[in-house]
Design a protein around this ligand. Sequence first.
Ligand code: UGA
Length: 442
Amino acid sequence: MRITIIGGGYVGLVSGACLAAYGAHITLVEKDPERLKRLEIGELPIYEPGLEALFSEQKAQKRLSFCATIEEGLRGSKAAFIAVGTPARRGSGHADLSFVYDVAKDIALTAQNDLVVVTKSTVPIGTGREVSSILRTLRPELRFSVASNPEFLREGQAIADFMNPDRVIIGLDRNSPDKGLHAQKLLTTLYHPLTHPQNKLVFMGLESAELTKYAANAFLAMKVTFANEIADICEATGADSEEVRYGMGLDPRISPDFLMAGPGFGGSCFPKDTQALAVTARKVGTPSQLVETIIAANDARKRRLAERVLTLLGDHITQKTVAILGLTFKANTDDMRQAPALTLLPYLNEAGVTLRVYDPQGMTQARPLLPKGIYFAHNALDAAKNSDLLVILTEWEEFSHISFEELQKAMKGRKILDYRGLWKDQNVSDYGFTYHRIGKRD
Ligand code: UGA
């Protein structure tokens, strides 16, 4: 089956490579000439474990090709997946849908009868219907279907998430002449290898599918925020957040997933999607106090982290050096979007603290986003050199293997603030360090 994916971003690249691996012929439309050139020579604009290998394999098998225009991409195609960005509009929190609607207009210009137009980007409720209306207005004679197929993959585990989904949600337009039947059949065939033999395909209305995506992300963001607040209570009372998490998580209604306390959630999804859901809820007259609180609590958490670091440094801040391990919003990605580091580092820099930072993948992305004068180290030990305090901000696996003897030699001071609980099972204090762990009283 020939499929067009429009947008060579995270979702487009992963979906394209994975669907190709299951036998579909994918044409990926990327309008940015620089990005397109890089894709054609097999250079990916993102770091995602396993993606580069899968990509070159599928290219070699000729199941993955690229082009610059929707017109070319749609030739012979049965379905067009819209996977362009929907960034939050500055100030308002509204998702910016201009890219999605521009693509819909371009599709309308050249689409053939029976094309299924699928929104894969995270889009607010009503977008699928608007896409349909654009197509109908521009091409009244065209026979087409729209569907919503939100993506639930996590950065860092995107391929596994795509290949082995918990569920594939498909929203259908039940008001269309065929009640969405053509789209249902086509998408059932496309997803068959991923969803068989278990029945993982879930069909619902367009609006339900669109809201499912926001509701799922907001719920997970709520879990993380809850875990962070419980961790604060643990630190204040002598309870241990890891023990509490374990105890809570044994209840299958709760589950231990997404209950790891941390510096506050970041990334391109939770912050943007909670904002967009809050805006939608207000717009339709049912404001969500809960979602609004999640957003505020998470922002405040990132700021409090900076204050905590300053408190740990004590007096003579301007003579102190802090080593930061991890800059990206989580491990196994080079993504810096909404990373806690972007709040913490400017704050410390402003206060006059000397900063030495290291991240296994995020240095290139981080550099232009951070204040000048920060030292970007060659490795974790280099970052630790002469530091008074070391902060673990991202849970990169390689930080678990640092030698504490080496760390002792490298650091000037003996304070560690572990915001991911990465060294919770190690005898850090045997090496003379004062170990401050998230969710546990010092
Ligand atoms: C998230 C969702 O998990 C995916 O299902 C969804 O498809 C994706 O957004 C999206 O909408 O595209 P992602 O942004 O890659 O995926 O990151 P997560 O692994 O969900 O982590 C989000 C944030 O929560 C990170 O800052 C992470 O450090 C934090 N987190 C997560 C915690 O602090 N504790 C946890 O226990 C889990």
